[in-house]
Design a protein around this ligand. Structure first.
Ligand code: FE
Ligand code: FE
Ligand code: ZN
Length: 280
């Protein structure tokens, strides 16, 4: 069965968000682990957490994904920025693990001038202060488009990060279709080739989640602009091939297209319809 959902707002609380997932006929969700542009977060009361757990188990949600804030840059050479990032990743791994969220994804970061090697070193040290042997949650490195001085644009960079951490079994990868396309991995004309490359460099078992987005920007542009499903440079056919590829079809898919919940519900319904049309 297809596991699909979207990035959801938690403004109404986490139990309400889970209700909205059910209402949009999705079976998973991505939420921010805290305010994406600041540093605030809300602690949920026990009653709300219980209601949330009840809904996700009753409706058989697939693995849930939390997304770390954009203000968290673990690759930074600036001491204040770096210490903030180390604190956020440490706290949010613990907070999201306590909520029973299966995966926490983060943007590896931008080195902003100190170089890729030094940036990767910072990411590894930050993760080593945060990832524990006993946590259940897996930390996912997101594949990035390569804008500015972003790290995580190649599978090799992600591999270096994972290989450097003390508990690599707690670290996986989230593939963002818009980002890898913009980074120059041709998932439109050579999906098999890209997945073979992923398998050769990282190993396919490390792939734990897919951000399913179309791209406004062309192939290899290194620009990160998400488009609605079928309305971008990747296109509906290629996105359907991703959803149904034997190496991917059992993974959870999360839409991060420029819509609210109503728009995401329509996209999910459209994808299901396209899938059944083509299989029937
Ligand atoms: Fe992201
Ligand atoms: Fe993404
Ligand atoms: Zn993006």
């Amino acid at each position: 069965m297809l596991t699909i959902g979207a990035h959801m707002s938690i403004a109404g609380g986490i139990a309400k968000t889970a209700e909205n997932v059910v209402a949009m006929e999705a079976n998973t969700m991505q939420i921010f682990s805290r305010n994406p542009r600041g540093s605030n977060y809300r602690n949920y009361g026990q009653e709300e957490v219980d209601a949330f757990q009840d809904i996700r188990y009753r409706y058989g949600f697939g693995p849930l994904l939390a997304h770390a804030p954009y203000t968290m840059n673990l690759a930074s050479g600036n001491e204040k920025t770096y210490e903030f990032a180390c604190m956020v990743i440490r706290e949010d791994i613990a907070r999201m693990d306590a909520l029973g969220i299966e995966n926490l994804v983060f943007h590896p970061g931008s080195h902003t001038g100190i170089g890729v090697e030094a940036g990767i070193g910072n990411i590894i040290s930050g993760l080593n202060q945060a990832v524990t042997e006993t946590q259940n949650i897996t930390v996912l490195l997101e594949t990035m488009s390569g804008k500015g001085t972003e790290i995580g644009v190649t599978f090799e960079e992600l591999k270096k990060i994972r290989d450097g951490v003390c508990f690599p079994e707690k670290v996986g990868v989230c593939l963002d279709t818009c980002h890898v396309f913009a980074a120059g991995y041709d998932i439109v004309h050579d999906l098999d080739g890209v997945l073979e490359e992923f398998d050769r460099v990282l190993g396919l078992p490390l792939l734990r989640a897919v951000h399913l987005n179309d791209s406004m920007m062309p192939f290899g542009s290194r620009k990160d602009r998400h488009a609605a499903i079928g309305a971008g440079e990747i296109g509906m056919d290629a996105l359907l091939r991703i959803l149904t590829h034997p190496a991917l079809k059992d993974l959870p898919f999360y839409l991060e297209t420029p819509f609210d919940e109503e728009g995401h519900a329509k996209e999910i319904a459209m994808l299901r319809k396209e899938l059944s049309n083509r299989s029937g």
